[in-house]
Structures are given as C-alpha cells and as structure tokens.
Design a protein around this ligand. Structure first.
Ligand SMILES: Nc1ncnc2c1ncn2[C@@H]1O[C@H](COP(=O)(O)OP(=O)(O)OP(=O)(O)O)[C@@H](O)[C@H]1O
Length: 251
C-alpha cells in the first residue's frame, strides 16, 4: 500500500495548552482509517490539522510534518481553497447550504469557473450516485437541500465533496446525529467509496469502526497509543490501554 498522507511528530496547542503531543500517522491511499479514543483525546483536533481547519481557531500552533502526495500541507504557499478541495471534510451535523440540491452539489465546480450545463448535470448525477442518494433526490434537484432528512442531507454533503473529486475525505463523527438506518446508509456509502477515495473518520462508535475501517488508530490524552489493522486491533491489541478501552473499562 502507498501512503498518500504522512504525518510525523504532530504537536498542536490551543493557546498554552498542548492538545496533541507528537502524533505519527500515515494513511494508505484508498481505504478507510478510523480514529477512536475517549472524549477529549484529540481525535477531532488531529483530523482538523489534515486540511488546516485549525487555522480558523485563534491562537492555535501546529508543528510537525504533514506530507500530502509529496507536498507540505503547511507550506506558506499552500492554497487553502485548493487544499480543502483535495482534502474535504464532512461534519457531525449535516451542513448543506440553504440552496437547492443542484446548487449545493455544483457549488465547488461553479466556484472554479465551470459553467457548462451538460458537464454540471453529469457531475451532479455522478456525485449523488456515488453518495448513494441519487434515487431519493433525482426528481427534486431544485428543492432546498434543507428540506431533506438528516441522513439525506449528510449524503448530499458527501456528494458536494465528491463533485470536486477530492483525494481524501475527512469525516468527524458523521453519523452521531443520525438515526440507525441513516447511519447504516452512510456506512454503506463509505464502504462503496473506499476503492476510489482515502477516507479518515473520527467515530465514537466502536462497532462502526470495526464494521468499516481497514485500519484504526487509538488515541488517548493527545497521544497515539496504537495503530493497526482494525481486525488485529480489535482482537489482539498490543497495548493494555487499547484493550481496556475496547472492553469498555473507560471511555
Ligand atoms: N477550540 C478549542 N480551544 C481550546 N481547546 C480546545 C479546542 N478544541 C478542542 N480543545 C481541547 O483539546 C482537547 C482535544 O479535543 P478534541 O475535540 O480534539 O477531542 P476529541 O477526541 O475529538 O473529543 P470528542 O470525542 O469529545 O469530540 C480537549 O482537551 C479539548 O478541550
């Protein structure tokens, strides 16, 4: 497997408080990696480092190596709009724009100057199909994205990312606000996408990690404790802390 994203010795501080204490994690191209660990261990903080979303939080300092396809994510010359197209993010609460489904999915393409209606139509269909929500919205593309269910909105948000053909999709607890059926649909969608995209997901749901992730990283108190194939980690963890967490002794 080739790593598409390599991180080394990642430290992050919010003001004077260090939240990440030197994380090394490499992500294989394609496939799903889950980040797990108890509340406050730094999963979301680490995830946000990967497309520089923490830049938006004042007094945040990040150090370490972030190598994405040979490029330094934190180089002063990095174009953040371009970076976040290549490494897109899906949040806990579905956050479609208050526009139609069509306008949501074409947003990024129109921003980069695409106007050809046939091309946009094709991309809308491709993206919504890949996000497994096409059949549910195809007759209502001009309806507000906000008029759909939470699960459908989340898949529309995934389609909005897919329209600009990212390399990596970051997901921060994407199903925690959804009902079990919608969560299962998102999991199925992610499993279908993993052959084409590199997916990194923060989840509190250990069953979810075990169902969908090829690899899992277990974090604790701002440190990476263990990183391995999910099948190995969930059956034969190397570290006592991992075993205790997976067995519900804390969390
Ligand atoms: N914007 C912020 N300003 C200051 N401290 C923050 C900020 N965001 C997170 N923290 C702190 O950084 C640490 C890591 O938080 P983070 O949200 O990354 O953990 P997490 O593992 O994702 O938690 P959860 O599972 O509850 O979302 C925590 O101590 C948290 O209080």
């Amino acid at each position: 497997m080739t790593a598409i994203l390599l991180t080394k010795n990642v430290h992050l501080s919010y003001g004077k408080k260090e939240a990440l204490h030197g994380i090394d994690l490499d992500f294989d191209e394609h496939g799903i990696t889950a980040l797990i660990g108890p509340s406050g261990c730094g999963k979301s903080t680490f995830l946000r480092c990967l497309n520089r979303m923490n830049d938006l939080i004042p007094r945040t300092t990040v150090t370490g190596t972030f190598n994405f396809k040979g490029q330094d994510i934190y180089a002063p010359t990095t174009n953040l709009v371009e970076l976040r197209k290549q490494i897109g993010m899906v949040f806990q609460q579905p956050n479609p724009f208050p526009f139609s489904v069509y306008e949501n999915v074409t947003y990024g393409l129109r921003l980069t100057g695409h106007k050809d209606r046939q091309f946009l139509d094709e991309q809308v269909e491709r993206s919504l199909k890949q996000a497994a929500v096409w059949d549910e919205v195809k007759d209502d593309l001009n309806k507000s994205a906000l008029s759909f269910s939470g699960g459908q909105q989340q898949r529309i948000c995934i389609a909005r990312l897919l329209a600009v053909q990212p390399d990596i999709i970051l997901l921060d607890e994407p199903t925690s606000a959804l009902d079990p059926i919608s969560s299962a649909q998102i999991e199925t969608t992610l499993l279908a996408l993993k052959n084409e995209y590199t997916i990194i997901i923060v989840t509190h749901n250990l069953q979810q990690a075990s169902r969908i992730a090829d690899k899992t990283a277990f974090m604790l108190n701002g440190n990476l404790v263990e990183f391995d194939l999910t099948s190995k980690m969930f059956t034969q963890p190397e570290q006592q802390d991992t075993s205790d967490y997976l067995n519900g002794k804390f969390g």
